[in-house]
Design a binder for this molecule. Structure first.
Ligand code: SF4
Length: 203
């Protein structure tokens, strides 16, 4: 098994949670966000590498001592990493046990992908865009029902609320402060306490 990647970025500090991390970014994403920062993920021709789980492990192993000393590890992003759930699972069966594994995801994928990695992921960074289905569709070109159902499924797992950070973007020309406040209130009702508000940049 192999997967295509748009980048592998080493020595990230304080961007993916605890410790030094390497961001491993997969090619491929089901969404079409208007201000996508990683547009090359939509073009298979622009992948920079195709690797097997073992080949990826060989590459990231170079930072093993940093990961162990700081409590860091690997953050899978993209694109949408959950489209490569089997790859991530295989990688996690081989990695150094102490590495922390995190995932940057839109969660807008068929459920089986999430189920495949649920036992492997220490922390989820979930970019929900906006919880309003019309705003979500306008911005991503996709429906948000699957994302919401996946978020609810995840929250039913023991202690999961503490392992989720929801990213709630201010999306220029798409959501207002009132829309953001509504999303925030709904997330709080769902039991989510880690919410990271930030501004998208128009590209
Ligand atoms: S989910 Fe991320 S990678 Fe996918 S289109 Fe949106 S911004 Fe780009």
């Amino acid at each position: 098994m192999t997967a295509p990647f748009i980048g592998i970025n080493r020595h990230r500090l304080a961007t993916d949670g605890k410790g030094v991390t390497t961001l491993v970014a997969f090619s491929g994403c089901p969404l079409r966000c208007k201000y996508c920062l990683n547009d090359q993920c939509h073009d298979p021709e622009r992948a920079v590498a195709t690797l097997s789980p073992q080949q990826l492990l060989d590459q990231v192993m170079v930072d093993n001592l940093y990961f162990l000393a700081t409590g860091g590890g690997i953050c899978f992003g993209g694109g949408e990493p959950l489209l490569h759930s089997e790859f991530i699972h295989q990688f996690c069966t081989m990695k150094v046990a102490e590495w922390r594994i995190s995932l940057e995801t839109s969660l807008n994928v068929p459920r089986h992908h999430l189920e495949r990695v649920a036992g492997d992921i220490d922390h989820y960074y979930i970019d929900i865009k906006d919880l309003d289905p019309v705003i979500y569709h306008d911005y991503t070109g996709c429906d948000n029902a699957q994302m919401l159902a996946n978020l609810q499924w995840l929250l039913r797992l023991d202690g999961m609320a503490q392992r989720i950070t929801v990213r709630l973007p201010h999306i220029p020309n798409h959501n207002t402060p009132n829309d953001i406040a509504r999303s925030k209130a709904k997330l709080a009702e769902m039991g989510i306490t880690h919410i990271d508000e930030f501004n998208y940049i128009i590209r």
